[in-house]
Design a protein around this ligand. Structure first.
Ligand code: GCO
Length: 445
């Protein structure tokens, strides 16, 4: 399949990478890691497809060298990985030397292959012992998280190309405490409001901790969805603006403006922790870059079901565009819109990175390999929007595909395949898909 992009079309120092996360690939049962709230969430029937967990996942804990060989052979410059809090601190307090050693080995293995290590400190596996103390609802999480940051970065921070504290604050807070779809699976507006604030306080605390260690190139990674009103009625426009506020503006506004958007405060202010305004100096710790994770848009309608009153009074409506295996509409323009808007309204000259983009397909291994033309087309059309944003002056400096490997897609278990590399979850055999080969060619040319 022909692919129109090549490395030379992008700025000279543009970074191409692949992303993964610890719990989704490592095999959490190995190496003395502690229990996490995802293990607990999955143990409750109905939360996760087939009750699957990350206990073995891709067994990256054992096979990391083979996986990094794939990153290198694919011609990628950077590997965005995450560090499991519960592997480093199984009980949330005491350090597990085996866990720290693993990330030390992993870091050196990247450097030996000429791959930039780009770390995320939290990609969702909270130690159960901290979840027991209220997890993201408890203000102390900012200190717990700073301690964890100190524990791991005092060991490997000297070799990181870049670090972001928290992957996708919206998922940590809203998806997990209001929508109930991720661990800890709460549907509670007060818990959600507390988490919405504490996630940013923890982010800022970790940035301060890493600055004190002398580290540089620190950023924040935010997932963003473009929100389209289902029609042009004022009600739908307002509902989409609320969705956009909760999903996109809350976090950027907190970090870059030191305030929360009024349209969200209308619903959340009564539920926020006391004296939340006092935390903005920490939340606003200056960043060196911002990462945007982008997959899809949502079409938003006002809630019309009178049996479901209450804020935010909106619902998602099925859209007409082609969809991925996740059922997500494919809408590349949304990436351009969000990159442009983020620069214009929040980040100015700060470098932006697309830190995740990709799609799930029901890929099958055939005798001649794994053909995934839909993923190639998805990457092609989204890269075109990145180029367009760069041409329009947006300082995008890198693009990372989610994901290197098929992996544990959270509540959806192992069924949704996002990898450039197919994983057979019985044998753990890795098979690069045609999308991997296509990108490798583009990056070599
Ligand atoms: C994400 C996550 C990944 C998901 C991916 C697909 O950051 O949202 O980083 O964990 O697997 O987004 O849903």
């Amino acid at each position: 399949m022909s692919f129109p992009h090549k490395r030379a079309d992008f700025p000279d120092d543009f970074i191409f990478g692949v992303a993964t996360s610890s719990y989704q690939i490592e095999g959490h049962a190995k190496g003395g890691a502690g229990r996490t709230h995802w293990d607990d969430f999955a143990a409750t029937p109905g939360n996760v497809v087939r009750g699957e967990t990350g206990a073995l996942a891709c067994d990256h804990y054992t096979r990391y060298a083979e996986d990094l060989d794939l990153v290198q052979a694919g011609g990628f410059d950077a590997y965005r990985f995450s560090i499991s809090w519960a592997r480093v601190m199984p009980d949330g307090v005491n350090i597990n030397p085996e866990g720290v050693d693993f990330y030390d080995r992993l870091t050196d293995a990247m450097l030996e292959r000429g791959i930039h290590p780009c770390a995320t400190l939290y990609h969702w596996e909270l130690p159960s012992s901290l979840a027991d103390k209220g997890g993201w609802r408890n203000r102390d999480i900012a200190h717990w998280f700073a301690d964890f940051t100190q524990a791991i970065m005092s060991r490997i921070g000297d070799r990181m190309s870049s670090v972001a504290p928290i992957n996708e604050p919206w998922c940590v807070a809203w998806l997990s405490h209001f929508l109930g779809e991720h661990a800890p699976g709460l549907r509670d507006i007060r818990a959600a409001a507390h988490a919405m604030h504490h996630v940013l306080l923890a982010h800022g605390s970790a940035i301060e901790t890493m600055r004190a260690l002398g580290m540089t190139n620190l950023g924040g990674v935010f997932n963003m969805e473009w929100a389209d009103p289902v029609d042009n009625s004022p009600q739908a426009t307002r509902a989409a603006a609320r969705y956009d506020g909760i999903y996109n503006h809350w976090f950027l506004s907190g970090v870059f403006k030191g305030e929360y958007p009024q349209i969200v405060l209308e619903g959340l202010e009564p539920h926020l922790p006391d004296r939340w305004q006092d935390d903005f100096p920490t939340i606003q710790s200056p960043l060196d870059w911002v990462g945007v994770n982008y997959y899809t848009r949502k079409r938003i309608a006002p809630e019309t079901d009178l049996t479901r009153p209450g804020w935010p009074a909106l619902r998602e409506v099925d859209g007409p565009l082609p969809k991925t295996q996740m059922g997500w509409e494919i809408y590349p323009e949304g990436l351009y819109q969000l990159l442009t808007r983020t620069t214009r309204d929040y980040t100015g000259d700060l470098p932006l990175f697309v830190t995740e983009n990709g799609m799930a397909c029901a890929d099958q291994r055939e005798p001649d390999g794994v053909n995934d033309p839909a993923r190639i087309a998805y990457l092609e059309t989204h890269l075109a929007q990145v180029k367009r944003a760069i041409q329009d002056g947006v300082p995008v400096q890198g693009y990372m595909v989610w994901s290197l490997l098929d992996n544990y897609e959270w509540a959806l278990g192992y069924e949704k395949r996002f990898g450039l590399v197919h994983v057979d979850f019985d044998t753990l055999e890795r098979t690069p898909k045609s999308s991997y080969h296509t990108l490798a060619n583009a990056l070599r040319s």
